[in-house]
Design a protein around this ligand. Structure first.
Ligand code: UDP
Length: 329
Protein backbone atom coordinates (compact mmCIF):
# COMPACT_ATOMS: atom_id res chain seq x y z
CA UNK A 1 0.00 0.00 0.00
CA UNK A 2 1.19 3.55 -0.72
CA UNK A 3 1.72 5.94 2.24
CA UNK A 4 0.03 8.77 0.44
CA UNK A 5 -1.92 8.88 -2.75
CA UNK A 6 0.26 9.58 -5.79
CA UNK A 7 -1.18 12.18 -8.13
CA UNK A 8 -1.24 11.65 -11.88
CA UNK A 9 -2.28 14.28 -14.40
CA UNK A 10 -3.63 13.00 -17.71
CA UNK A 11 -3.87 15.59 -20.50
CA UNK A 12 -6.27 14.25 -23.10
CA UNK A 13 -7.87 12.06 -20.44
CA UNK A 14 -11.35 12.14 -22.00
CA UNK A 15 -10.05 10.70 -25.24
CA UNK A 16 -10.03 7.15 -26.44
CA UNK A 17 -6.76 5.95 -24.88
CA UNK A 18 -6.80 8.65 -22.18
CA UNK A 19 -10.10 7.52 -20.68
CA UNK A 20 -8.83 3.93 -20.35
CA UNK A 21 -5.60 5.24 -18.83
CA UNK A 22 -7.53 7.32 -16.23
CA UNK A 23 -9.52 4.20 -15.29
CA UNK A 24 -6.38 2.08 -14.91
CA UNK A 25 -4.60 4.75 -12.83
CA UNK A 26 -7.60 5.07 -10.48
CA UNK A 27 -7.62 1.28 -10.13
CA UNK A 28 -3.93 1.44 -9.19
CA UNK A 29 -4.71 3.93 -6.40
CA UNK A 30 -3.67 7.19 -8.05
CA UNK A 31 -5.51 10.45 -7.61
CA UNK A 32 -6.21 11.45 -11.21
CA UNK A 33 -6.45 14.98 -12.58
CA UNK A 34 -7.86 14.82 -16.08
CA UNK A 35 -7.60 17.74 -18.52
CA UNK A 36 -9.24 17.74 -21.92
CA UNK A 37 -10.65 20.32 -24.33
CA UNK A 38 -13.26 17.82 -25.56
CA UNK A 39 -12.37 18.75 -29.15
CA UNK A 40 -12.28 15.20 -30.48
CA UNK A 41 -12.97 13.32 -27.25
CA UNK A 42 -16.24 12.87 -25.47
CA UNK A 43 -17.47 13.70 -21.97
CA UNK A 44 -19.38 10.38 -22.09
CA UNK A 45 -16.01 8.60 -21.79
CA UNK A 46 -15.72 10.13 -18.31
CA UNK A 47 -19.19 9.14 -17.11
CA UNK A 48 -18.03 6.26 -14.94
CA UNK A 49 -14.93 8.07 -13.73
CA UNK A 50 -16.57 11.25 -12.50
CA UNK A 51 -18.31 9.59 -9.59
CA UNK A 52 -14.91 8.65 -8.12
CA UNK A 53 -13.62 10.82 -5.27
CA UNK A 54 -10.03 10.58 -6.55
CA UNK A 55 -10.95 11.94 -10.00
CA UNK A 56 -11.09 15.60 -11.06
CA UNK A 57 -11.85 16.90 -14.53
CA UNK A 58 -10.87 20.26 -16.00
CA UNK A 59 -12.13 21.26 -19.41
CA UNK A 60 -9.00 22.97 -20.64
CA UNK A 61 -6.93 23.28 -23.79
CA UNK A 62 -3.18 22.84 -23.22
CA UNK A 63 -2.47 25.48 -25.87
CA UNK A 64 -3.91 28.02 -23.38
CA UNK A 65 -2.45 28.76 -19.94
CA UNK A 66 -3.26 25.81 -17.68
CA UNK A 67 -5.99 26.21 -15.04
CA UNK A 68 -4.81 27.90 -11.79
CA UNK A 69 -6.04 24.93 -9.78
CA UNK A 70 -3.53 22.80 -11.70
CA UNK A 71 -0.55 25.18 -11.77
CA UNK A 72 -0.91 25.83 -8.02
CA UNK A 73 -0.26 22.16 -7.25
CA UNK A 74 3.13 20.89 -6.21
CA UNK A 75 2.22 17.27 -5.48
CA UNK A 76 1.80 15.87 -9.01
CA UNK A 77 4.19 12.96 -9.50
CA UNK A 78 3.20 11.71 -12.97
CA UNK A 79 2.16 13.70 -16.05
CA UNK A 80 0.88 11.84 -19.10
CA UNK A 81 0.45 13.91 -22.27
CA UNK A 82 -2.12 12.32 -24.57
CA UNK A 83 -3.68 15.60 -25.63
CA UNK A 84 -3.95 15.85 -29.41
CA UNK A 85 -6.39 14.87 -32.11
CA UNK A 86 -4.87 11.67 -33.49
CA UNK A 87 -6.98 10.67 -36.47
CA UNK A 88 -5.77 12.09 -39.82
CA UNK A 89 -9.12 13.69 -40.83
CA UNK A 90 -9.50 15.15 -37.32
CA UNK A 91 -6.01 16.53 -36.87
CA UNK A 92 -6.20 18.12 -40.32
CA UNK A 93 -9.35 20.14 -39.49
CA UNK A 94 -7.29 22.81 -37.70
CA UNK A 95 -3.64 22.01 -38.51
CA UNK A 96 -2.28 25.08 -36.74
CA UNK A 97 -4.01 24.04 -33.53
CA UNK A 98 -2.64 20.49 -33.93
CA UNK A 99 0.90 21.84 -34.22
CA UNK A 100 0.44 24.21 -31.26
CA UNK A 101 -1.06 21.44 -29.12
CA UNK A 102 2.12 19.46 -29.61
CA UNK A 103 4.60 22.29 -29.29
CA UNK A 104 3.08 24.84 -26.90
CA UNK A 105 0.99 22.28 -25.01
CA UNK A 106 3.88 19.89 -24.45
CA UNK A 107 6.08 22.77 -23.29
CA UNK A 108 3.44 23.87 -20.74
CA UNK A 109 3.13 20.33 -19.37
CA UNK A 110 6.91 19.89 -19.20
CA UNK A 111 7.17 23.11 -17.18
CA UNK A 112 4.47 21.78 -14.89
CA UNK A 113 6.50 18.55 -14.52
CA UNK A 114 9.60 20.59 -13.68
CA UNK A 115 7.69 22.60 -11.07
CA UNK A 116 6.34 19.44 -9.43
CA UNK A 117 9.40 17.23 -9.83
CA UNK A 118 7.04 14.93 -11.74
CA UNK A 119 7.95 12.30 -14.30
CA UNK A 120 6.59 13.21 -17.75
CA UNK A 121 5.41 10.82 -20.44
CA UNK A 122 4.82 12.05 -23.98
CA UNK A 123 2.65 9.93 -26.22
CA UNK A 124 4.40 10.33 -29.52
CA UNK A 125 3.46 8.36 -32.59
CA UNK A 126 4.54 5.95 -35.29
CA UNK A 127 3.87 8.90 -37.62
CA UNK A 128 7.30 10.28 -36.66
CA UNK A 129 8.58 7.56 -39.04
CA UNK A 130 6.42 8.99 -41.86
CA UNK A 131 6.22 6.67 -44.89
CA UNK A 132 9.04 4.45 -43.64
CA UNK A 133 11.88 3.11 -45.79
CA UNK A 134 12.76 0.44 -43.22
CA UNK A 135 10.50 -2.32 -42.01
CA UNK A 136 9.61 -2.99 -39.24
CA UNK A 137 10.30 0.38 -37.67
CA UNK A 138 12.91 0.54 -34.93
CA UNK A 139 13.27 3.47 -32.57
CA UNK A 140 16.61 4.51 -34.08
CA UNK A 141 15.08 4.94 -37.57
CA UNK A 142 14.85 8.69 -38.17
CA UNK A 143 11.86 8.69 -40.46
CA UNK A 144 10.78 9.73 -43.93
CA UNK A 145 8.42 12.58 -43.20
CA UNK A 146 7.09 15.21 -45.55
CA UNK A 147 7.13 18.57 -43.79
CA UNK A 148 5.08 20.19 -46.57
CA UNK A 149 2.25 17.64 -46.63
CA UNK A 150 -1.16 17.54 -44.92
CA UNK A 151 0.10 15.14 -42.23
CA UNK A 152 2.96 17.46 -41.25
CA UNK A 153 1.00 19.32 -38.56
CA UNK A 154 0.80 16.04 -36.64
CA UNK A 155 4.03 14.23 -37.67
CA UNK A 156 6.23 17.28 -37.36
CA UNK A 157 4.30 18.49 -34.31
CA UNK A 158 5.05 15.22 -32.52
CA UNK A 159 8.67 15.33 -33.67
CA UNK A 160 8.95 18.84 -32.22
CA UNK A 161 7.26 17.65 -29.01
CA UNK A 162 9.84 14.88 -28.73
CA UNK A 163 12.62 17.41 -29.30
CA UNK A 164 11.38 19.64 -26.45
CA UNK A 165 10.92 16.65 -24.16
CA UNK A 166 14.47 15.42 -24.80
CA UNK A 167 15.85 18.90 -24.16
CA UNK A 168 14.11 18.94 -20.78
CA UNK A 169 15.63 15.50 -20.07
CA UNK A 170 19.13 16.56 -21.21
CA UNK A 171 19.01 19.66 -19.04
CA UNK A 172 17.64 17.56 -16.15
CA UNK A 173 14.58 19.79 -15.92
CA UNK A 174 12.27 16.76 -15.91
CA UNK A 175 12.47 13.00 -16.06
CA UNK A 176 11.04 12.09 -19.43
CA UNK A 177 9.50 9.06 -21.13
CA UNK A 178 8.48 8.94 -24.78
CA UNK A 179 6.12 6.29 -26.15
CA UNK A 180 5.73 6.01 -29.91
CA UNK A 181 2.23 4.67 -30.24
CA UNK A 182 1.23 2.61 -33.27
CA UNK A 183 -2.39 2.15 -34.44
CA UNK A 184 -4.59 1.39 -31.45
CA UNK A 185 -8.28 0.45 -31.28
CA UNK A 186 -10.96 -0.54 -28.82
CA UNK A 187 -14.05 0.70 -26.95
CA UNK A 188 -14.37 4.49 -26.44
CA UNK A 189 -13.13 5.27 -29.94
CA UNK A 190 -15.27 7.99 -31.42
CA UNK A 191 -17.59 6.46 -34.05
CA UNK A 192 -16.96 9.51 -36.30
CA UNK A 193 -13.26 9.51 -35.67
CA UNK A 194 -12.45 8.61 -39.27
CA UNK A 195 -9.87 5.94 -38.50
CA UNK A 196 -9.96 2.63 -40.25
CA UNK A 197 -11.29 0.33 -37.51
CA UNK A 198 -14.00 2.71 -36.31
CA UNK A 199 -15.02 3.53 -39.89
CA UNK A 200 -15.18 -0.08 -41.08
CA UNK A 201 -16.93 -1.48 -38.02
CA UNK A 202 -19.56 1.28 -38.01
CA UNK A 203 -20.11 0.89 -41.76
CA UNK A 204 -20.44 -2.88 -41.45
CA UNK A 205 -22.83 -2.63 -38.51
CA UNK A 206 -25.01 0.03 -40.20
CA UNK A 207 -25.13 -1.73 -43.57
CA UNK A 208 -23.28 1.15 -45.24
CA UNK A 209 -20.60 0.69 -47.91
CA UNK A 210 -17.24 -0.35 -46.49
CA UNK A 211 -14.62 2.13 -47.68
CA UNK A 212 -11.15 0.93 -48.59
CA UNK A 213 -8.78 3.77 -49.41
CA UNK A 214 -6.57 2.84 -52.34
CA UNK A 215 -6.26 -0.85 -53.28
CA UNK A 216 -6.13 -2.00 -49.64
CA UNK A 217 -2.62 -3.46 -49.92
CA UNK A 218 -1.19 -0.93 -47.42
CA UNK A 219 -0.50 -2.43 -44.02
CA UNK A 220 -1.03 -1.45 -40.40
CA UNK A 221 -0.52 -3.25 -37.08
CA UNK A 222 -3.37 -2.89 -34.60
CA UNK A 223 -2.96 -2.87 -30.82
CA UNK A 224 -5.90 -3.33 -28.46
CA UNK A 225 -6.30 -0.47 -26.01
CA UNK A 226 -5.83 -2.46 -22.78
CA UNK A 227 -2.42 -3.63 -24.02
CA UNK A 228 -1.50 -0.05 -24.90
CA UNK A 229 -2.50 1.32 -21.48
CA UNK A 230 -0.52 -1.43 -19.76
CA UNK A 231 2.52 -0.48 -21.86
CA UNK A 232 2.15 3.24 -21.08
CA UNK A 233 1.95 2.68 -17.32
CA UNK A 234 4.92 0.29 -17.39
CA UNK A 235 6.95 2.83 -19.35
CA UNK A 236 6.07 5.57 -16.87
CA UNK A 237 6.92 3.47 -13.83
CA UNK A 238 10.04 1.67 -14.99
CA UNK A 239 13.52 2.93 -14.09
CA UNK A 240 15.28 3.42 -17.40
CA UNK A 241 18.97 3.83 -18.18
CA UNK A 242 18.06 6.71 -20.56
CA UNK A 243 14.93 8.44 -21.77
CA UNK A 244 15.10 7.26 -25.39
CA UNK A 245 11.77 6.58 -27.13
CA UNK A 246 10.00 3.23 -26.90
CA UNK A 247 7.68 1.83 -29.59
CA UNK A 248 4.36 0.56 -28.26
CA UNK A 249 2.15 -1.37 -30.65
CA UNK A 250 1.20 -4.80 -31.83
CA UNK A 251 3.72 -6.27 -34.28
CA UNK A 252 1.07 -8.39 -36.07
CA UNK A 253 0.73 -6.75 -39.46
CA UNK A 254 -2.34 -6.81 -41.70
CA UNK A 255 -3.22 -5.34 -45.06
CA UNK A 256 -6.38 -3.25 -45.02
CA UNK A 257 -7.95 -5.94 -47.26
CA UNK A 258 -7.22 -8.58 -44.58
CA UNK A 259 -8.72 -6.28 -41.94
CA UNK A 260 -11.88 -5.90 -44.04
CA UNK A 261 -12.17 -9.70 -44.33
CA UNK A 262 -12.03 -10.05 -40.55
CA UNK A 263 -14.55 -7.29 -40.00
CA UNK A 264 -16.95 -8.81 -42.51
CA UNK A 265 -16.57 -12.20 -40.76
CA UNK A 266 -17.07 -10.69 -37.28
CA UNK A 267 -20.14 -8.62 -38.15
CA UNK A 268 -21.69 -10.91 -40.80
CA UNK A 269 -22.44 -7.75 -42.76
CA UNK A 270 -23.83 -7.71 -46.26
CA UNK A 271 -22.40 -4.24 -46.92
CA UNK A 272 -20.69 -3.67 -50.26
CA UNK A 273 -16.96 -3.01 -50.25
CA UNK A 274 -15.97 0.07 -52.26
CA UNK A 275 -12.67 1.80 -52.99
CA UNK A 276 -11.90 5.48 -52.43
CA UNK A 277 -8.74 7.41 -53.35
CA UNK A 278 -5.75 6.88 -51.09
CA UNK A 279 -5.16 9.98 -48.93
CA UNK A 280 -2.01 12.05 -49.64
CA UNK A 281 1.10 10.79 -47.81
CA UNK A 282 -0.70 7.67 -46.54
CA UNK A 283 2.12 5.38 -45.31
CA UNK A 284 2.43 2.11 -47.31
CA UNK A 285 3.52 -0.11 -44.45
CA UNK A 286 3.67 0.13 -40.70
CA UNK A 287 4.77 -2.37 -38.09
CA UNK A 288 6.57 -1.71 -34.84
CA UNK A 289 9.75 -3.40 -33.79
CA UNK A 290 8.97 -3.82 -30.08
CA UNK A 291 12.20 -5.43 -28.89
CA UNK A 292 13.01 -2.39 -26.76
CA UNK A 293 9.61 -2.52 -25.01
CA UNK A 294 9.96 -6.29 -24.49
CA UNK A 295 13.37 -5.89 -22.86
CA UNK A 296 12.84 -2.71 -20.87
CA UNK A 297 9.22 -3.12 -19.86
CA UNK A 298 8.76 -6.88 -20.04
CA UNK A 299 5.74 -5.99 -22.17
CA UNK A 300 4.07 -7.33 -25.24
CA UNK A 301 0.49 -7.20 -26.52
CA UNK A 302 -1.73 -10.09 -25.44
CA UNK A 303 -5.00 -9.44 -27.25
CA UNK A 304 -5.30 -10.96 -30.71
CA UNK A 305 -6.99 -8.95 -33.46
CA UNK A 306 -10.11 -11.17 -33.64
CA UNK A 307 -10.61 -10.97 -29.88
CA UNK A 308 -10.15 -7.19 -29.82
CA UNK A 309 -12.42 -6.71 -32.83
CA UNK A 310 -15.18 -8.67 -31.07
CA UNK A 311 -15.13 -6.38 -28.03
CA UNK A 312 -14.87 -3.26 -30.18
CA UNK A 313 -17.69 -4.46 -32.39
CA UNK A 314 -19.94 -4.88 -29.31
CA UNK A 315 -19.06 -1.35 -28.23
CA UNK A 316 -19.96 0.17 -31.61
CA UNK A 317 -23.14 -1.91 -31.86
CA UNK A 318 -24.32 -0.32 -28.60
CA UNK A 319 -23.28 3.14 -29.79
CA UNK A 320 -25.24 2.73 -33.01
CA UNK A 321 -28.33 1.47 -31.13
CA UNK A 322 -28.12 4.45 -28.78
CA UNK A 323 -27.90 6.83 -31.75
CA UNK A 324 -30.92 5.26 -33.42
CA UNK A 325 -32.88 5.51 -30.16
CA UNK A 326 -31.88 9.19 -29.83
CA UNK A 327 -33.06 9.95 -33.35
CA UNK A 328 -36.23 7.95 -32.87
CA UNK A 329 -35.10 5.38 -35.46
N1 UDP B 1 -8.41 3.58 -44.36
C1 UDP B 1 -9.30 2.91 -45.19
N2 UDP B 1 -10.63 3.15 -45.01
C2 UDP B 1 -11.12 4.02 -44.08
C3 UDP B 1 -10.21 4.68 -43.24
C4 UDP B 1 -8.85 4.45 -43.41
O1 UDP B 1 -8.89 2.13 -46.04
O2 UDP B 1 -12.36 4.16 -43.98
C5 UDP B 1 -6.96 3.30 -44.51
C6 UDP B 1 -6.05 4.54 -44.54
O3 UDP B 1 -5.92 5.05 -45.85
C7 UDP B 1 -4.75 3.97 -44.00
C8 UDP B 1 -5.19 2.89 -43.02
O4 UDP B 1 -6.55 2.57 -43.38
O5 UDP B 1 -4.01 3.36 -45.04
C9 UDP B 1 -5.16 3.35 -41.58
O6 UDP B 1 -5.79 4.60 -41.50
P1 UDP B 1 -6.09 5.35 -40.15
O7 UDP B 1 -6.77 6.64 -40.53
O8 UDP B 1 -6.79 4.45 -39.21
O9 UDP B 1 -4.69 5.69 -39.49
P2 UDP B 1 -3.20 5.99 -40.00
O10 UDP B 1 -2.46 4.74 -39.71
O11 UDP B 1 -3.22 6.30 -41.48
O12 UDP B 1 -2.78 7.15 -39.19
Amino acid sequence: MKDRQDVALVAGGAGFIGSHLCRALLDKGFEVICMDNLQTSRAINLERLESERAFTFFRADIVDPLPDAVTRRRDISRIYNLACAASPPQYQVDPEHTMLTNVVGTDRLLRLAEQNGARFLLTSTSEVYGDPETHPQREDYRGWVNCTGPRACYDEGKRAAEAIAFDFARLERAEVRVARIFNTYGPNMHPDDGRVISNLLCQALSGEDITIYGDGSQTRSFCFVSDMVDGLIRLMEVDMPDSKPVNLGNPEEYTILELVERIVAETGTTSAVIHRPLPVDDPRRRRPDIRRARTLLDWEPRILLDEGLRVTCDFFAEEICARHAEHGG
